[in-house]
Design a protein around this ligand. Structure first.
Ligand code: FMN
Length: 361
């Protein structure tokens, strides 16, 4: 971010924010990104500074109460990972209630209910964005979870199933009445998937539909300018950033500094960029073991390479990563050689998203 004419931060950003009883340190949240928002990544981003709230990948409520290892891994947290929200999906009241109690017993500050996921595996079970089509059952499900736990419950949703059924404003109003602490809105419909522009007017309609419940706007926020426009055009209480944080894990600290001083501060140094990559990798090794960490890092490394610009030969070594020692040796060489090109402020991470006919997702 190299422009000195930054827009002024809205005064709201300096006001404290709480979701129910949980104090949230900033109005900049990390969105759930299944396959990426692991505990290791969340902790690495937290250390960069400025983060208000992080959420886990979506976790299947039934798998959690059936004690499946994968669900436990996804719901993993630790005391440094606070405040944090564990996101559940499902549509069976009893399962969602039991899973919600389990995540609260295992450290969740907040329980988030997924009502936005468009993929078939989730929608065909009646969970994710399918819930937005059955508004009465969606409200009853959410109310049952609110009653089951004594921590705040939030809902993450889209604007609706398609342009003909924009159910988000009515749902948000009903959720507020049953005690939901906040709603996070991705400004697209299920039919849109990840295509087209985010509809900020659509998010504003959700903000206008509720009395006092905070609405968190989400979608395509990559820069301070996107953040400012989102606050201004939607009237939201906070914003949530997903793919933009993969492209720039320092975005939260830049936004927090903008809140305080009116500018995002200096770009992260080369050393800081390498540090965050190293923390992320070693966090994965410590929690998932060397093999899984290496496999996962092969897909993540391309983003870090945009951020760090390592010499080509060293990058090629990392995309075939096979051991922790190879990672450590390569990172030491990257540090010694420095960047091979000017370091960018941010870039567009090409995160694979489902595409093609939506009914085949
Ligand atoms: C790879 C990927 C995985 C996602 N996983 C989840 C998820 O587990 N739960 C959820 O509510 N949204 C999920 N989303 C949606 C994001 O949280 C977010 O709403 C969307 O990407 C738009 O925000 P962004 O432009 O800041 O990324 C996912 C998106 C992507 C691209």
């Amino acid at each position: 971010m190299d422009d000195s004419n930054y827009p002024s931060p809205p005064p709201l950003l300096r006001e404290p924010l709480s979701l129910g009883t949980v104090a949230i340190p900033s109005r900049f949240f990390l969105s759930p990104l299944a396959g990426y928002t692991s505990l290791a990544f969340r902790l690495a981003v937290r250390e960069c500074g400025g983060l208000g709230l992080a959420t886990t990948d979506l976790v299947n409520a039934r798998s959690l109460i059936e004690q499946r290892g994968k669900a436990f891994d996804l719901a993993e947290t630790c005391p440094e990972d606070r405040p944090m929200s564990i996101q559940l999906y499902g549509h069976v009241h009893d399962e969602m209630q039991r899973a919600a109690r389990w995540v609260v017993d295992h450290g969740a500050s907040i329980v988030d209910i997924n009502m936005g996921c468009p993929v078939r595996k989730v929608v065909k079970t009646g969970g994710g964005s399918a819930l937005m089509c059955q508004t009465d059952s969606a409200v009853a499900l959410v109310e049952s979870v609110v009653k089951a736990v004594d921590v705040p419950v939030t809902v993450k949703m889209r604007l609706g199933w398609d342009d003909q059924s924009l159910t988000a404003p009515g749902l948000a109003r009903a959720f507020e009445q049953v005690g939901v602490a906040a709603v996070i809105v991705h400004g697209r419909t299920r039919e849109q998937g990840f295509k087209g522009n985010v509809n900020r007017d659509g998010i504003r309609a959700v903000v206008e539909a509720v009395k006092a419940m905070p609405i968190v706007a989400n979608g395509d926020i990559r820069t301070l300018y996107d953040a400012e426009a989102t606050f201004r055009q939607t009237g939201c209480a906070a914003i949530s950033i997903g793919r933009g944080a993969l492209g720039n894990p320092f975005i939260f600290r830049q936004l927090a500094r903008w809140t305080e001083c009116g500018d995002p501060g200096p770009e992260p140094t080369f050393e800081e960029r390498v540090d965050v990559m190293e923390r992320h990798f070693h966090g994965l090794v410590n929690r998932r073991g060397a093999r899984l960490a290496c496999l996962q890092f092969r897909k993540i490394i391309k983003w870090y390479s945009h951020l760090i610009r390592p010499p080509k030969a060293l990058y090629h070594r990392l995309i075939k990563l096979e051991s922790v020692s190879l990672f450590d040796e390569t990172v030491a060489e990257i540090r010694a050689e420095g960047p091979s090109a000017p370091l960018p402020g941010h870039f567009e991470p090409r995160v694979p998203v489902p595409s093609g006919p939506i009914d085949k997702w």
